[in-house]
Ligand binder design. Structure first.
Ligand code: ZN
Ligand code: ZN
Length: 417
C-alpha cells in the first residue's frame, strides 16, 4: 500500500504531459491495423523511459519490457484502434480525420471507444514504474495491441510470435473506459464479457420473373423463414434465464418488385458467456439454415462465413481476489462488482495464447451526479452516450486519474515490494 501510494503521489507531476498526449491521440485516431502513428509515439515514449521495446508484432502491435530484479512478471494491455465514426462531441480536441478503410472507402475516424484513454493510462503506469524502481520488484510488460474493434488484433500478436518476444507473464491485466461514473472501477470473477460470432449466411434460390414464381425458388421467402426460425433459438432452445443472443442485423436480397432474385444474404451476430452455449448457438444456426434450404428445394447448399470472432472474457478468480482487494483498499466503495456485460473484447486471446491467468475490469468516464440522476430516472442510455456513439466523450479528468490509478494499483498488487 505504502509503495503504491508513493507512486500515485507522482501522478500530479506527470498529469499535464499525459493529458496533452491524450488530446493528441484523440485528434489523430487511426483505424484497426493502421495504428502506425500511435504505435510510433508509444514506442518512442517507452524507449525514452528505459523499456526494451519490440515493435511490429501482429502488424502495428508492440511491447515494452522493463526488468527490475526478482519477482513476478506482469503484463498489462491497452488497445490502440479507433472507429469509422464521424465525431460529434464538439470537444476542442475533436477529430476531423478521415482515412481509407480496408475496402478502400474514405471514412471519418473517431476514438469513439476510449482506446486513446487506455493507451494514455497504460503509459502513465509505465512511467510511474520506470521512475520509481525502488518501490517494486519484478518485470513489467506494457503491451499495445492493434485492431481490438475487429476482434483480431490480439490474436494477430499471439500468432506473430508474441510468446518468444517477451518473458512469460504470471498474470495479464486489461481495462476499458465505459459508461460509469468517473470515480468508479468495476470488475467481477468469471464471465465478465460475452463471446461474439458474426456469420454471413448466403442462401441460394433460383431467379425468375416475379409473375412466374413457380419457375424459380424464392430466396426472399426462404430467408424470411430462416429469420423467423433463428429468432426461436434463444426462446425455445436455451434454458430460460440462460444468456444468449441471436440477432439478424442485415437481410439483403433482390432489387426490383417483379424479379425474384438468385440469393439472400443474412448477417448474424451471436453472443454467449461460455463455449458450450457458443457451440449450441452456432450448431442451431447451421441446423436451421440447412433444414430451411432443404425445405425450399434450394439448388445449392448455404454458405457460412464466420467473421469478427470475439472470445469470452472469463476472469480468473485468484487474480480477481487479489486485484479487487487492492481496488477496495484504494477506491473504497467506488470499487464495485461489475454486472456481466453483453459486450465483447479480444483481450483474453492474449492471456489464453500465453497460457496465463487474467483480469479485465472497467472504469467510468462520466460525471457521477449526472450518471446517478439518469440512473434514477431510467434515462441512462439517453444521457450517457454508449461506447461507439459519435458523442462518446469521457471527461478528461478525473477519468485519466482513475484509469491510471486503477492500472497502477492492479500492477502494484503483484509487483509492490
Ligand atoms: Zn469498441
Ligand atoms: Zn473498446
Amino acid at each position: 500500500m505504502a509503495a503504491t501510494d508513493a507512486l500515485l503521489a507522482e501522478l500530479d507531476k506527470i498529469q499535464a504531459w499525459h493529458l496533452d498526449f491524450y488530446q493528441d491521440l484523440h485528434r489523430h485516431p487511426e483505424l484497426s491495423f493502421q495504428e502506425h502513428r500511435t504505435a510510433g509515439l508509444v514506442a518512442d515514449r517507452l524507449t525514452g523511459l528505459g523499456y526494451d521495446v519490440h515493435t511490429g508484432i501482429g502488424g502495428t502491435g508492440l511491447v515494452g519490457v522493463l526488468r527490475n530484479g526478482d519477482g513476478p512478471t506482469v503484463l498489462a494491455r491497452a488497445d490502440m484502434d479507433a472507429l469509422p465514426v464521424r465525431e460529434a462531441t464538439g470537444l476542442p480536441y475533436a477529430s476531423t480525420v478521415t482515412a481509407s478503410d480496408a475496402n478502400g472507402n474514405q471514412t471519418p475516424v473517431m476514438h469513439a471507444c476510449g482506446h486513446d484513454m487506455h493507451v494514455t493510462c497504460l503509459l502513465a503506469a509505465a512511467q510511474l514504474l520506470a521512475e520509481h524502481p525502488t518501490d517494486w520488484s519484478g518485470t513489467f510488460i506494457a503491451l499495445l495491441q492493434p485492431a481490438e474493434e475487429l476482434g483480431t488484433g490480439a490474436r494477430a500478436m499471439v500468432d506473430d510470435g508474441l510468446a518468444v518476444q517477451i518473458p512469460k507473464p504470471d498474470v495479464a491485466l486489461g481495462q476499458h473506459v465505459m459508461g460509469l461514473p468517473h470515480d468508479t472501477v468495476a470488475s467481477r470473477p468469471g464471465a465478465a464479457l460475452s463471446a461474439a460470432d458474426s456469420i454471413r449466411v448466403t442462401l441460394h434460390g433460383r431467379g425468375t420473373h416475379g409473375s412466374m414464381p413457380h419457375y424459380g425458388i424464392d430466396p426472399v421467402l426462404l430467408g424470411s423463414a430462416v429469420v423467423m426460425r433463428l429468432n426461436a433459438i434463444v426462446s425455445r432452445e436455451l434454458a430460460p434465464g440462460h444468456f444468449g443472443v441471436v440477432t439478424v442485423g442485415s437481410f439483403q436480397s433482390g432489387s426490383k418488385s417483379n424479379v425474384i432474385p438468385e440469393t439472400t444474404t443474412l448477417l448474424l451476430n451471436l453472443r454467449s458467456y461460455d463455449d458450450h452455449t457458443r457451440k449450441q448457438l452456432r450448431d442451431a444456426v447451421g441446423r436451421i439454415v440447412e433444414a430451411e434450404c432443404e425445405a425450399s428445394g434450394s439448388p445449392a447448399p448455404p454458405e457460412f462465413e464466420y467473421t469478427d470472432p470475439f472470445p469470452v472474457t472469463e476472469n480468473t478468480q485468484a487474480v480477481y481476489d487479489k486485484v479487487s482487494a487492492a481496488f477496495t483498499d484504494h477506491f473504497g466503495d467506488k470499487a464495485i462488482l461489475m454486472d456481466p456485460s453483453t459486450g465483447s473484447e479480444d483481450f483474453s486471446d492474449i492471456p489464453n495464447g500465453l497460457g496465463v491467468p487474467y483480469l479485465y475490469w472497467i472504469w467510468g468516464g462520466f460525471d457521477p451526479e449526472t450518471y446517478h440522476r439518469a440512473e434514477a430516472d431510467g434515462t441512462l442510455g439517453k444521457v450517457i452516450p454508449g461506447n461507439h456513439a459519435s458523442t462518446f466523450a469521457p471527461v478528461m479528468e478525473p477519468t485519466f486519474r482513475t484509469g491510471a490509478s486503477a492500472m497502477t494499483v492492479a500492477l502494484m498488487s503483484y509487483l509492490s515490494t
